[in-house]
Write a protein that binds this ligand. Structure first.
Ligand code: SF4
Length: 240
């Protein structure tokens, strides 16, 4: 991060520290102008944020990553969300040529064979499209919560994303699962029906399963991997 950017980042962090989510969004949108963006995977957290963004009239670019391997329920939630809020959600896709040559070489389900192949699939279907989606943006709003994973316990409300060179705003960082559920019910927010069937973190269909009571939040993602961090790389901190 350049010295100037670091000063701006520190100033913004202090400015929004004690603000409500709505006021923080207002401050960040004044800073970012039309370069404020929000990535949604239609998880419960992202649905809460969509609701807050719409209610607060925050000018924001909303996008999603369509990996081509999502659950039908996720596409359905995407559609219901668009209709419910009457909003535009831009879809970013993997490069057809990259998917084609990966499938030709390794087959459609090679992510079960090794962590490296799984990461390559995530890179093609998620990381590269994410890079395209964030290009030229200044602030990226995410639904990350500290409770989500051991790798995220020191998550901050405002962070510098070194990989994507962007300021990341995590407004729900300290929300609990109960807080999220309560908001959804109280505000009649459309949600993915899989969340009622034990799916707490929903990604691609072949790589996500429901978890049992007491299991870790990320246990339902890439469950066959024993020694990986269970991250797809969208929110990796390179210093860890
Ligand atoms: S979650 Fe699975 S299917 Fe989706 S991009 Fe990663 S490896 Fe591929």
């Amino acid at each position: 991060m350049s010295h100037l950017l670091e000063e701006v980042f520190v100033h913004l962090s202090q400015q929004i520290e004690l603000l409500s989510i709505e006021d923080a969004l207002n401050t960040l949108s004044l800073f970012a102008n039309d370069k404020l963006t929000f990535s949604t995977s239609f998880s419960n957290e992202d649905q809460v944020l969509t609701d807050i963004l719409v209610r607060s009239n925050t000018p924001v670019n909303i996008f999603t990553l369509d990996t081509g391997r999502l659950f039908e329920e996720t596409y359905d939630t995407w559609h219901r969300t668009k209709v419910h809020y009457n909003i535009q959600i831009k879809a970013f896709f993997p490069e057809a040529g990259e998917v084609s040559s990966f499938l030709q070489q390794h087959g459609p389900n090679s992510f079960y064979e090794s962590v490296d192949l799984r990461k390559e699939c995530c890179s093609i279907r998620k990381i590269l499209p994410l890079g395209n989606a964030l290009k030229g943006q200044l602030v990226w709003i995410t639904g990350l919560r500290a409770e989500h994973s051991l790798n995220r316990t020191d998550l901050k409300r405002l962070e510098w994303d070194e990989v994507n060179q962007i300021i990341k705003f995590n407004p729900l960082v300290h929300w609990t699962t109960e807080d999220v559920k309560e908001y959804i019910l109280a505000n009649k927010v459309p949600f993915n029906p899989l969340t009622e069937k034990g799916f707490v973190s929903i990604g691609c269909a072949p790589c996500t399963r429901a978890i049992n009571t007491g299991e870790d939040f990320r246990a339902g993602r890439w469950w066959w991997e024993e020694n990986s961090k269970k991250e797809c790389g969208l929110h990796i901190n390179p210093k860890k």
